[in-house]
Design a protein around this ligand. Structure first.
Ligand code: MG
Length: 452
């Protein structure tokens, strides 16, 4: 059986891998997996291939007896909020998130607004590869409904979860880059309602992504960094194409990596609550755990992947969670990555602590991460990882996802790639030199195990 779903749904180049036939069959598969008559809400980001794929997906769902409602262009978290609050049985987002414009994808959402868990993806995939589609009688087919105002309801939902008065009182000046994605339909209006003076960049929805590629890397957001300084703004923020992830630029014009923002928010949340639990994958920086502990909370680690983090948060009633890539999850609002909620929360923290983002970031300990990889045949991966864990068994070893070995300098995480014949090595330490030395040492050990 093939594997359709990656870590974030099904992805591919539009009209090549990600074509109408695939979208149709995915719709039939989801519709068959769900009970007959299930209500499914579909939204898209701003890509040129969206209508083609959403139409095919809807046709497949209808064929299997689902009732389909279209929400038009909406951010992924806005769609997730609508699925949860409007009583839909499931949702589907047509988006390739931060991928280049020629890509597209389809991601399924559970009735509670969370991303589909792997177990449900596997069940849908089984229907897909078995071609075991339910085809309802002509008399059981339904039409397509439309839901207006998904983005507006989402913005109102965020406003109900932050201290609007405290934020409005600060009259923030913000430079906002929505990467020509769906975030242009939510974030500017959220900021306006929060009393901010908003300077927008790439805010017009445009599936050719004329501003820059929609992954919020330092290279892609050079214009934003310059603009924060030029406008004397309090903050810069960039959202990815479907606005579930965001990255901040502080008032001094420094790009703040996602792990630092995650640490800042986590620390401030547990400080305000006088304790609490933060969930993040084992690949996240120790800076998060250091800062959370210093503020009276604790960190729980999971396997890599936002749905895994979200489900662990639900299970242990965590106070906050997220990934180092800028995907932040606020349980008081919803159990999914949410760029606009993150933006509102950062403004609330700056307003309430009276500290600019650069000062908050300076409180978080600095670490250096070194990434490397070793070629390793798929068949050997499990044995290599087991041997690496065994070789370090005398010390602290975490096998939550791959093998994470703690050393006196920091840690090394060894994870097999799910798609390529390689093993990835991440090493973190206090300095770049120490991290690189740690990675080199581990690379040699792993290479020896691969050769053995
Ligand atoms: Mg995204």
């Amino acid at each position: 059986m093939g594997k359709l779903f990656g870590t974030n749904g099904v992805r591919g180049v539009a009209n090549r891998d990600m074509n109408p036939e695939l979208a149709l069959k995915l719709g039939q598969s989801l519709g068959t997996f769900l009970p007959e008559g299930a209500r499914v809400l579909i939204a898209t980001d701003t890509r040129t291939s969206n209508e083609m794929l959403a139409s095919a997906l809807a046709a497949g769902l209808l064929s299997a007896g689902a009732r389909v409602t279209l929400a038009g262009v909406a951010t992924t978290p806005a769609l997730q909020y609508a699925v949860k609050t409007r009583g839909f049985d499931a949702g589907a987002v047509v988006t390739a998130s931060h991928n280049p414009p020629e890509f597209n994808g389809i991601k399924f959402i559970d009735g509670d607004g969370t991303e589909f868990p792997a177990t449900k993806e596997d069940a849908v995939e089984k229907v897909y590869f078995d071609n075991a589609f339910r085809q309802v009688a002509w008399s059981a087919l339904s039409g397509v409904g439309r839901l207006e105002g998904v983005n507006e309801a989402y913005v109102d939902g965020i406003l109900a979860k932050v201290d609007v008065a405290a934020i409005r009182a600060r009259k923030f000046k913000i430079v906002l880059d929505t990467s020509n994605g769906a975030g242009g339909l939510t974030a500017p209006y959220l900021l306006t309602k929060l009393g901010c003076h908003v300077v927008t960049m790439n805010a017009q929805p445009d599936g050719t992504f004329p501003g820059h590629d929609s992954e919020p890397t330092p290279d892609n957001v050079k214009d934003l960094v310059k603009s924060v300084a030029a406008f004397g703004a309090d903050l810069g923020v960039v959202q990815d194409g479907d606005a579930d992830r965001c990255v901040f630029v502080d008032e001094k014009g420094h790009y703040q990596y996602g792990d630092r923002t995650l640490a800042i928010i986590a620390g401030q949340i547990v400080r305000a609550k006088r304790g609490g639990t933060v969930v993040t994958p084992v690949s996240s920086s120790t800076a998060i755990e250091d800062y959370v502990k210093a503020n009276g909370g604790k960190v729980v680690y999971t396997r890599v992947g936002a749905p895994v983090v979200a489900r662990k948060m639900i299970e242990i009633k965590a106070d906050f969670g997220g990934e180092e890539n800028g995907g932040l999850i606020f349980p008081e609002f919803q159990y999914c990555r949410d760029a606009s909620m993150a933006l509102a929360k950062v403004l609330e923290i700056i307003a309430k602590t009276s500290k600019p983002l650069s000062a908050l970031a300076a409180e978080v300990p600095a670490y250096a991460l070194h990434k490397a990889k070793v070629t390793c045949p798929d068949a050997k991966k499990a044995a290599v990882l087991a041997a690496f864990a065994k070789a370090h068994a005398a010390g602290k070893v975490d096998t939550t996802d791959g093998v994470k070995v703690y050393t006196s300098e920091g840690w090394v995480l060894v994870r097999p790639s799910g798609t390529e014949p390689i093993v990835r090595v991440y090493a973190e330490a206090k300095t770049a030199e120490a991290a690189s030395a740690l990675a080199e040492k581990s690379l040699k050990e792993i290479q020896a195990l691969v050769n053995a």
